[in-house]
Design a protein around this ligand. Structure first.
Ligand code: F6R
Length: 224
């Protein structure tokens, strides 16, 4: 991200939530504090959002990204774009977000995490590989995985989300997927060495001309 911003100061950075990318955001903020990166003109685009959580809820992804990305980088909400998870017409909000991404020139670098089931964004298994930003229902497994952000109480985890579609994600110029820990090993192996198939949404990265996967030893342990 720092290198990209050196080349293109007003780059549009696509950011994921979840725990995996947090050290990346902290490292980028440290580079900024040390004067080694300039993010002053960077723009930040959200990958996905819960439906029905007010934006000020501490676990809405807008709040999480404000806390973990915008504030540490010294950026304001004017540098930020994301889907409206509280819209009454969710479908229209999704279409508006796809149009806004295109009007902003497209995402230059999209950082992705990966679910234990191979999801990217909140494109759960069997999502169309050509999908656009839309409303999705979370699987029980993902709600269980995310309950840790809601005091361990799964009843607090929303059932629905807006997510950039896989087709939308594939339009970013560079995809960087991060995976850490043994729990991601099956998903990483299916992503890299399995067939391109909707059952593992991250396998769509095989179709992208510029995709990078960064995995620690544990997450890479099931690669052949
Ligand atoms: C959230 C997102 C999800 C997460 C995935 C992994 O914005 O895009 O696909 O990246 O659920 O989450 P962690 O990193 O918490 O394991």
């Amino acid at each position: 991200m720092a290198q990209l911003l050196g080349r293109k100061p007003a780059a549009l950075l696509g950011v994921a939530t979840g725990s995996t990318p947090l050290p990346v955001y902290r490292a980028l903020a440290a580079q900024v504090a040390a004067g080694r990166a300039d993010v002053s003109r960077a723009r930040i685009a959200q990958l996905d959002e819960y439906v029905g959580l007010p934006p000020e809820h501490p676990e809405s992804y807008r709040s999480v990204l404000a806390r973990e990305v915008l504030e540490p980088l010294g950026l304001g909400l004017e540098a930020f774009m994301g889907p409206d998870g509280t819209a009454t017409d969710v479908q229209a909000a999704c279409e508006a977000y796809d149009r806004a991404l295109a009007a902003a020139g497209g995402v230059d670098l999209q950082l992705l995490g990966i679910g234990t089931d191979g999801h990217i964004g909140f494109n759960e298994p069997c999502s169309s590989l050509a999908s656009r930003t839309r409303i999705k229902t979370l699987t029980e497994q993902t709600r269980i995985d995310n309950a840790r952000f809601f005091d361990g109480d799964i009843s607090q985890v929303p059932h629905h989300v807006i997510t950039q579609g896989i087709g939308t994600i594939l339009e970013a110029r560079h995809l960087v997927l991060l995976a850490t820990g043994e729990g991601k090993a099956d998903a990483v192996a299916a992503t890299v060495e399995g067939p391109v198939a909707a059952i593992c949404p991250a396998s769509a990265l095989q179709l992208h001309p510029h995709a990078t996967i960064v995995a620690d030893e544990a997450a890479a342990s099931k690669l052949k």
